[in-house]
Design a protein around this ligand. Structure first.
Ligand code: F6R
Length: 256
C-alpha cells in the first residue's frame, strides 16, 4: 500500500454504504451541476440508484445538467434487451430522474463493429472532459467494470471475455438465457482518468476481493488494486465487505 493510496470508509451496513455514495453524488451535483458521472450496474448499485431516485423525487437533486457514462455492457444484447445494462439503467434510474436524454451515454452491446463502438465511447468520454465522479462496484475476483484479472492497468474501452466466475455471479439476472461470454467495458486506464472514484462494496462475498485490492500490491491479477494509482479514490464498504481488512485501517462514518 502506498502512502497516498485510497481511503477506506466503513459503514455499518449495505444500506448506509449505498446512502453515503448517493449523498456524495448529490453533494457533487449541488456543487457542480454539469459533472460527468460514471455509473455502474449490478446488485451493489441497486440501492444507490433507488436512493438517487428518492432524492430526486424529494427535489434534493437534479441531473438535468449532468452527463453520465455507464461502465459496461454485454456483447450481443441490444439496448432494448431486458437483461442489458442499458435496460437495467432505464428501469432503475433514467426513467425516474431528469437526465437529458442526449447526456446519457451507454455502450451498445449490439453494435456491428465492437472495436469501433469502443473507440467511439472512449472518444466521447474524452470530449466530455473525462469522468468527474466515477462509481464502481467490485467483482468477487477483484474486477472493476468488466476488467477481469489480467487486464492491463492502462487499458482503455474495449471488448473483453468474461471469466466463468463473473458469468456465474451474473447468471441469476438471465433466467433461462445464457449469460453472454463477452462484454464491452471502459478500461482501467480510462477509469483512472476520473477526478474522483468511489468503489462501493457490500456483503461478505466481497471481503477477499476488497482486502486484496486494499492491501495491494498493484497488479493486473487484482484490477481494483489499480485504485492505488489514483489520488482520490475511496473504498466505501459495509462491515462485512471490510471484514478481511485490519480494523486499524477502518475510517468509520455514521452515514450522515
Ligand atoms: C457493473 C460493473 C461490475 C459490477 C461487479 C459487482 O456495471 O461494472 O464491475 O460492479 O460485477 O457486481 P454486483 O454488484 O452485482 O456484485
Amino acid at each position: 500500500m502506498t502512502a497516498a493510496g485510497p481511503t477506506l470508509l466503513v459503514l455499518d451496513d449495505a444500506a448506509q454504504a449505498a446512502a453515503y455514495v448517493g449523498q456524495e453524488v448529490v453533494r457533487t451535483l449541488a456543487q457542480a451541476p454539469a459533472t460527468v458521472i460514471g455509473l455502474a450496474t449490478g446488485a451493489t448499485m441497486r440501492p444507490v440508484h433507488a436512493w438517487l431516485v428518492a432524492a430526486h423525487r424529494r427535489g434534493d437533486v437534479s441531473f438535468a445538467a449532468a452527463t453520465s457514462f455507464n461502465l459496461d455492457e454485454y456483447v450481443g444484447l441490444e439496448p432494448q434487451h431486458p437483461c442489458s445494462f442499458a435496460a437495467t439503467m432505464r428501469t432503475a434510474l433514467f426513467d425516474h430522474a431528469d437526465f437529458a436524454p442526449g447526456h446519457i451515454h451507454l455502450l451498445d452491446g449490439g453494435a456491428p463493429d465492437l472495436a469501433a463502438e469502443a473507440e467511439r465511447y472512449e472518444a466521447a468520454m474524452g470530449r466530455a472532459g473525462w469522468i468527474g465522479l466515477q462509481l464502481l462496484g467490485i467483482g468477487r475476483n477483484g474486477h472493476i467494470g468488466f476488467n477481469e484479472p489480467g487486464s492491463a492497468l492502462e487499458s482503455v474501452t474495449r471488448v473483453v471475455s468474461l471469466s466463468p466466475e463473473t458469468r456465474a455471479a451474473n447468471r441469476a439476472a438471465f433466467g433461462a438465457e445464457t449469460v453472454p461470454e463477452r462484454a464491452l467495458t471502459v478500461g482501467i486506464g480510462t477509469i483512472l482518468r476520473a477526478s474522483r472514484i468511489l468503489l462501493l462494496a457490500t456483503g461478505p462475498e466481497k471481503a477477499d476481493a476488497v482486502s486484496a485490492a486494499w492491501a495491494g500490491p498493484i497488479r493486473p491479477q487484482c484490477p481494483a488494486s489499480a485504485l492505488h494509482l489514483h489520488p482520490a479514490a475511496c473504498f466505501v464498504c459495509d462491515r462485512q465487505a471490510a471484514s478481511a481488512i485490519d480494523q486499524a485501517f477502518w475510517t468509520r462514518s455514521t452515514g450522515r
